[in-house]
Design a protein around this ligand. Structure first.
Ligand SMILES: [Zn+2]
Length: 332
């Protein structure tokens, strides 16, 4: 082999290696999996609360859990976005459109349940009826379920529900209509004594860590964060189908939008008559939205505030709770 041939050979291998290196970088970036977390409900006042069973307000729990899940997924190198990062109202079309806009491989809508009788308990995870949307949702849902049952919650299944327009739940229907596999995680019944004992002891961080672990296990099972899911064709929404055909996963107060003065437009309904002041003895005098007044010692008030500290704005939430419920929390 002559010197020239060696040099040509060397250049050839160097070029090939460079091409491989560049294609690996480009390929990784193009294929990175993107997950959208959708904290359910939101918006000023109790109208956007979702399930509400003092001291737990669903919209705040959803947001707190999603925020920690995002943090854990970010740390694991999984690109993660949230449909809302504050207490704002979004309708289901907006949430799905957002997921589509960031080219999400998966949307996970985060919720907590309650029942009128307070007797129901367990974790429910809902996925789409359709083809690969079902299998993708079932797969990630099963991974999350495995972690949540590990905390002692009872599995009510990873399942589907048929409605008049295909998928019963609006967020799932709107997600898959845009080609985004979407699931709903109903973590537990926050008004049920058994579930609540787990919620109280695990806290937001325990549940969020379970979610994140399940999602990471799923991502690893399909080839790691550098691999995207195969995209499916969108499933057509039935004519006239809107987000309002289902009870759960429906964002309430649809007239209030994130950027258009949510506080002002719902003020009259949400906070009229609610006030906090101090009397001459230093006790806290709280008048609720119904005009009922309660007097609390500073230590009682601190105990009440502690019930909402996970929201980051305990006083905001306490203003929406009837005096009777505050007394009940204190055992008065
Ligand atoms: Zn909900």
């Amino acid at each position: 082999m002559t010197f020239i041939n060696k040099k040509i050979l060397f250049n050839f291998f160097m070029t090939a290696a460079l091409c491989l290196f560049i294609s690996l970088i480009i390929g990784t970036k193009a294929n990175a999996m993107t997950i959208v977390l959708d904290p359910g409900h939101g918006g000023a006042g109790t109208s956007g609360a979702g399930a509400f069973y003092p001291p737990y307000m669903e919209k705040s729990l959803n947001l707190a859990v999603a925020t920690q899940v995002k943090s854990e997924l970010d740390n694991a190198g999984i690109t993660t976005y949230m449909t809302r990062t504050g207490d704002v109202s979004l309708d289901l079309e907006q949430r799905a459109a957002y997921a589509k806009s960031v080219n999400a491989d998966l949307m996970i809508s985060i919720h907590f349940n309650s029942s009128g009788t307070h007797t129901l308990n367990g974790t429910e995870i809902w996925t789409s009826l359709y083809g690969s949307y079902y299998t993708t949702g079932y797969s990630v849902g099963s991974n999350i379920m495995q972690q949540l049952t590990g905390l002692g919650l009872v599995s009510k299944g990873v399942k589907t529900k048929l409605g008049n327009s295909g998928d019963y739940y609006g967020i799932i229907r709107n997600g898959v209509a845009l080609g985004v596999p979407t699931i709903i995680v109903e973590h537990c019944f926050m008004d049920n004594e058994y579930d609540r004992s787990i919620l109280d002891s695990q806290g937001v961080s325990g549940l969020a860590h379970a979610d994140a672990t399940g999602i990471i296990n799923y991502v690893n099972s399909v080839g790691g964060s550098g691999t995207s899911l195969a995209k499916s064709d969108p499933v057509a929404l039935a004519e006239g189908a809107t987000s309002n055909g289902s009870t759960e996963g429906v964002a309430v107060a649809p007239t209030v939008k994130a950027s258009s003065g949510a506080q002002t437009s719902t003020k009259s309904a949400a906070s009229t008559g609610s006030s906090i002041s101090k009397d001459a003895s230093g006790n806290i005098v709280f008048k609720d939205q119904n005009g009922t007044t309660g007097t609390f010692t500073p230590s009682e008030w601190d105990r009440l505030l502690a019930n909402w500290t996970y929201t980051g704005n305990a006083e905001y939430y306490i203003k929406q709770v009837p005096v009777g419920d505050l007394n009940a929390i204190l055992g008065k």
